[in-house]
Design a protein around this ligand. Sequence first.
Ligand code: UD1
Length: 420
Amino acid sequence: MDKLIIEGGVRLKGEVTVSGAKNSALPILAATLLTDAPCEIKGVPNLRDTNSMFKILRALGKVVEFEKGKVSITAGKNTNYIAEYKLVSTMRASFCVLGPLLGKLKKAKVSLPGGCVIGVRPVDLHLKGMRALGADISIDSGYVIAKTKKLRGAYIYLGGVYGSSVLATDNVMMAAVLASGKTVIESAACEPEVVDLAEFLIKMGAKIKGHGTPTIEVEGVKHLQGATHTVISDRIEAGTLILASLITGGDVLIKNVQGKHLGALIDKLNEAGAHLLRTDGALRVKGRSQLKAVNITTLPYPGFPTDMQAQMMSLMTIADGISVITEKIYPDRFMHVAELNRMGAHIQREGPHAIVEGIKSLSGAPVMASDLRASASLVLAGLAAKGKTSISRIYHLERGYEFIQEKLTNLGAKVWREKE
Ligand code: UD1
């Protein structure tokens, strides 16, 4: 296992390009199960998670080739409907093969993904949606077994205790495209990655309206064709790079950014006094000596993304004043608090709130990554801290940030890997 070492205190400077969105690529790759025709997906980041999805598609009978961000997928000889535990347990997004398998093959056996360090993460909304479409669902030995003679369009309210669900919306939308008749998904997730999936499905011949709003309408079609698609840029990687520039007082031009996907983050950074200059498809971020503390509440899109909460907390550790960070999507997503405090931060957790009292500077320390975004927050803290930070279990970072070490090195950061 590798750990990442950062010698902090370097102001980042230069240009960096954001990769394609992991959270778009994963369901779009799953959607290729809806057709036997060849599909080509471009802009796919080379990550542990996308490679896990390739493995799942291969296990389900697809032939998958990946070269320089382009994935070519064709039908193989042995179509399979079982997604096994050892593959699904590595990544929750693999559960979204359920909808396409059910839509195309009328049967699916998919392992339950289980919880993870950021919380319980149930799949009740996914199953509610499939049942509403006419699937017979049972749970046996840790697997969801779904079968149907015919899926039929239905009205489905998909809101949960914490609001809409991104992957449940994806899953149900993918099952509905081949159902007979009309499906209305109410309280649908509005995230740009859901819109990107819908755009891909439309290219395949699906009839979808309302994606990007809380009401998605799907008119079922008999079959789907192959399609070519380029995934949108990764708004969470973009956001993390913006904060990397700010936390080091740097001057960075971030390319391949869709500013409209970052509204809540940019608004909060403006409130904190950050200097962001939007140009066509890029964002220039110039660090300032001192940012003001701001309060954050995570919410479904277009609210402040939970996937940026940990990184924003790192920025707030050295802002001027007190910031209250409230997590409304995953109330237990605070594993990074203790690690940031090891670096000298003053953060107190109170249930779903973290109270961050800004200090002058962080100091480098050995810390441990617990999940993908928590590891990004530790990288940011390490870049800003005085001295050396070593981050163990850095494989978490590789699940979601393509070439991150290289990208930071090109911006002048002193970052390297060592064996644990
Ligand atoms: C997706 C993202 C993840 C992001 C999350 C929230 C992908 C691959 N992952 O995950 O990075 O953090 O959205 O923006 O796109 N819930 C239920 N029942 C369900 C499903 C979800 O109660 O059946 C709850 C969850 O526990 C959570 C909330 O709904 O509290 C939102 O989760 P959801 O949007 O489903 O997250 P994912 O789609 O798994």
